[in-house]
Design a protein around this ligand. Sequence first.
Ligand code: CA
Length: 228
Amino acid sequence: MQRQSILVVEDEEDIRELINYNLTREGFQVEAVATGEDALQSLKKTTPDLVLLDLMLPGVDGLEVCRRLKNNAGTSSVPVVIVTAKGEEADVVTGLELGADDYVIKPFSPRVLLARVRAVLRRQDSPPVDEDDTLEIHGMVIHPGRHEVTLEGKKVDLTLTEFRMLHLLASRPGWVFTRYQIIEAVHGENYLVTDRSVDVQVVGLRKKLGSAGKMIETVRGIGYRFKE
Ligand code: CA
């Protein structure tokens, strides 16, 4: 099997070398660049299997690289993992809304970084879930066609909004959804329009799910995720 290739974009040399060393040692083919301009150049020549993207870069910053990559038909399906410093959750939210797949907060351990990279590559390889397929996860069965959820065999009474939120989160376990992405996905019910209303819905949904409610995790400053 051909080695999977990763484009690393990081202006801090120490971190770039650390990432390069760890990914190479794990068998990945790595190209490491220091600027957004170099990243865009590289993407014109070769299409990597994944991009590890620092956000704070001099010149063309990481968000702009992400925007251009996702807007280009040739690279739009390349998964992006954002690397950013603590306290920049707002940029992570923007990155996820631009189409980034996941993020890692600095300082990170190489083990965590590798786990995230592998998880994103694994999701990329697995066939997409059909919107209408019944989902079975953590003792929960979600029937999209019937708008019905059962928990350990018992039917749970959900509103349409709660159902759509649960279906969205559970269809991609481990993925972080921003509040805006949740609003977009459950679209159609006009009262769900603010970040705050998403939070209120989640509280209600968790309550109805009982002990399974903890499967919906809050990702501070960013959004929500269904446990993997
Ligand atoms: Ca940086």
